[in-house]
Design a protein around this ligand. Structure first.
Ligand code: TRP
Length: 334
């Protein structure tokens, strides 16, 4: 049997290059090697967007289209909607009995997000979403979780929860490994590309938009004229070149340092490369945009499979916890 991957995203709009580098690219690469589950974490999106739940219906579909556009094969991967798999909610409750509140309070990703959002008081669901994320990962007994580095504290908590559960009740859950990717810097040089910082290039951006955004990206501030020597190590555009245009680096780096290539040309080369990479993604997206019923079908089929897998895990979890009070009804006859 293949090992399993589970990873996913909050549906808060379209996905960007940060998601692509951080995890999407790995998922596409590994989807045939692993039994891949992709969760669209709509309940987790509510931890910050509870005032706009009506947004979810379209955001869930945008994320699904981005997955498919990026090259996720619906025949190979299972795409599921978090709120429609009740076993995830049930596991969250069981786990919450033995996760200390202080551990959650000290979670660095929670702290950063709370600060970014300007929260003066923490909601129960927001503080607890790493517990629910542990349920996301364990309902299908995932072995591998490809995610951006910012998710490491959540995965460490998941591993702790699994160890604790297995120690308390018996070996039922699988302890997952993380497959971490570095975060992509934003166009503004901010350490993380993110929608809320408005420094992102979206997978669905049209070519002109990509060109416009790359033009605005920050470069080496010490370089004013074209023939000033450049400092690639402080240049955001150079970081993107290393990420997306590796073949160009051997030529670019010395030319930049010697002031022989200007930022305008360098940016043109980057935008052209990004558009070349995004073209097939845009073409697949256009196909799914034209076939919304197909997207809904993929989501419903994937979610139904997830519910089946989750029900199996919940049986085992409740057996282990001695919380299955009545004999199971025989499902198989004969
Ligand atoms: N917290 C993740 C993010 O913000 C999204 C997510 C939800 C996730 N559930 C998950 C990632 C399970 C990996 C595994 O990007």
């Amino acid at each position: 049997m293949k090992k399993r991957i589970l990873t996913g995203d909050r549906p808060t709009g379209k996905l960007h290059l940060g998601h692509y580098v951080g995890s999407l690219r790995n998922r596409v690469r590994l989807q045939h090697e692993y039994d891949t589950f992709l969760i669209i974490a709509d309940v987790q999106a509510l931890t910050t967007n509870w005032e706009n739940p009506e947004q979810l219906a379209s955001d869930v579909r945008e994320v699904a289209k981005d997955y498919l556009a990026a090259g996720i094969d619906p025949e190979a991967a299972t795409i599921l909607i978090q709120s429609m798999v009740p076993q995830i909610a049930e596991l969250t409750i069981f786990y919450s009995m033995f996760v200390p509140v202080n551990v959650l309070r000290h979670n660095p990703t929670i702290k950063t997000e709370a600060k970014q959002k300007g929260y003066s008081e923490l909601m129960y669901g927001f503080l607890g979403y790493p517990v629910s994320q542990a349920a996301d990962i364990t309902f299908c007994k995932a072995h591998l979780v490809p995610v951006g580095k910012d998710q490491a504290p959540h995965l460490e908590l998941t591993r702790k929860i699994v160890r604790r559960f297995n120690e308390l009740y018996g070996e039922v859950l699988v302890e997952p490994e993380g497959l971490y990717e570095r975060l992509l810097v934003g166009l503004d040089g901010n350490t993380k590309m993110s929608k809320s910082l408005d420094n992102a290039i979206y997978l669905a951006d049209p070519p002109e938009e990509v060109i416009r955004k790359v033009k605005m990206a920050v470069t080496d501030p010490a370089r004013i004229r074209k023939d000033d020597p450049g400092h690639p190590e402080v240049c955001t555009v150079f970081t993107y070149q290393t990420e997306f245009n590796e073949e160009f680096i051997a030529e670019l780096e010395p030319a930049c340092r010697a002031g022989k290539i200007g930022c305008v040309e360098c940016k043109n080369r980057l935008a052209a490369r990004l558009n070349e990479m995004l073209d097939p993604i845009r073409a697949r997206r256009a196909y799914y945009e034209a076939h919304p019923d197909l997207v809904d079908d993929i989501l419903q089929t994937g979610t139904a499979r997830a519910v089946e897998v989750g029900a199996q895990t919940l049986e085992e979890v409740k057996d282990a916890m001695k919380c299955n009070y009545f004999p199971r009804k025989a499902v198989m006859s004969g």
